[in-house]
Structures are given as C-alpha cells and as structure tokens.
Design a protein around this ligand. Structure first.
Ligand SMILES: Nc1nc2c(c(=O)[nH]1)N[C@H]1C(S)=C(S)[C@@H](COP(=O)(O)O)O[C@H]1N2
Ligand SMILES: [Mo]
Length: 197
C-alpha cells in the first residue's frame, strides 16, 4: 500500500495514458501567439467550401442540444490530463444543420487569431467530438479557447482548435499550421503520430 502522498496510477488509468505521455498537474495552457478576446455577442462560426455556406451565431449554437461529456486530453509536448469535463454541442448534432457536398473528405479548422489545423472528415464526425463552451462547469476561459473550441479526444490536442470560427470542407487534405511545421497530418496519440516523417 502506497502512502496517500504517493500517486501510482492504477493499471486502468495507466492504460489511458498514451506512450511517451505523463499526467499533468492542473490544466496547462498551450497557445501559439496571443489569446483572442471574443465576445459571444459578436462570435460566429462559418462553414464553407464543399458545404452550403452558412454562418452560425452564439444563439444558434445554444439552441442546439447541449451535452455534458468527460474526455482525456493529450498534448503532443508529452502531457496528458484525464477526465476533463466539458459542456457543448456534439459535432454530429451540429452537422445535422450543415449541408455537405458528398465530395468533402477533409476539413480545415479556422480560428480567431488565425491558427489552423486539418482533420479528416471521418475523424471529425465522431460521436465523442464536441463544440465545447464550458470547462469544469464554468464558461470556457479565454486561454482555453473560450467562448468556443473544438474537442477531439482521440487525436493529440493540437487538433482541438481553440477560438474556433470556421470549418472549411475540402476535397483532399490540406495541412494546417503545425502540420506544415513538421507535425503529423493525423496525430493519433496511442500510435504516437507526433511528427511527419
Ligand atoms: N487556436 C488555437 N488552438 C489551439 C492551439 C493554439 O495555439 N491556437 N494550441 C493547440 C495545442 S498544441 C494544444 S495542446 C491545445 C491546448 O489547449 P489548452 O490550452 O486548453 O490546454 O490547444 C490546441 N488548440
Ligand atoms: Mo499541444
């Protein structure tokens, strides 16, 4: 029996920590550049490309079904945080209101502040992905991507765009910011897809 001041992750937790990752204390912030300050009143989310162009307001988003969800979070810089609690709109629910062209296979996430990250359409359209606006029961803080970010738990967290304001649907893969700068195009943490080779 270990003392209460030592923490040895039990085997079930250990299984949830991908290779080369360790558990973070607290919830670190990882941002390239400065933190955009976006007011929900002026916030918008646009879809375009191989989808009927549409702009969603904050009220549009709040009128969609809201879900609580808990997910693990893995940053490629080797920290992970288990059991992060979010509230938001399921990507699959949101996509009911998007008219997709069947030729769309890939998506570019665009953000306030100009960060981009790419994701395959099938990686975006998973039940466990969310447009999140609350973190541990509070409005999502600006440094963690508030008012709204994407959460894609099955990929490294650079695929979870903070301050999301656009989804561009594409007929083939294009690379986003980190992907053009040496990171893997997909980024699956259990396969350690960290860098492009
Ligand atoms: N717009 C934007 N989204 C972003 C980033 C960023 O710099 N800008 N950093 C990414 C990276 S590398 C990680 S690990 C997570 C960090 O999220 P957090 O700051 O809430 O921990 O956000 C991702 N989404
Ligand atoms: Mo990251």
């Amino acid at each position: 029996m270990l003392g209460k001041f030592f923490q040895k992750p039990d085997p079930e937790l250990q299984e949830r920590v991908p290779p080369g990752q360790h558990l973070a204390k607290g919830f670190p912030v990882l941002t390239y550049g400065s933190t955009p300050q976006v007011d929900p009143a002026s916030w918008e989310l646009k879809v375009w490309g191989l989808a009927a162009a549409k702009t969603f307001s904050w009220d549009d988003l709040m009128a969609m079904p809201q879900s609580h969800f808990t997910a693990d979070f893995h940053c490629v810089t080797t920290w992970s945080k288990l059991d992060v609690e979010w509230i938001g709109v399921k990507v699959t629910d949101f996509m009911q209101q998007v008219e997709l062209d069947p030729k769309a296979t890939h998506v570019m996430q665009h953000c306030y502040g100009d960060y981009t990250t790419n994701i395959a359409l099938e990686d975006l359209l998973r039940e466990e992905n969310f447009l999140a606006h609350s973190l541990f029961g509070e409005p999502l803080p600006a440094e963690h991507g508030g008012p709204l970010r994407l959460v894609v738990p099955h990929l490294y967290a650079w695929k979870s765009a903070k301050w999301l304001n656009g989804l561009e649907f594409l007929p083939q893969m294009q690379l986003g910011f980190w992907e053009r700068n040496g990171y893997h195009h997909r980024g699956e943490p259990f396969a350690e897809e960290r860098y492009s080779s």
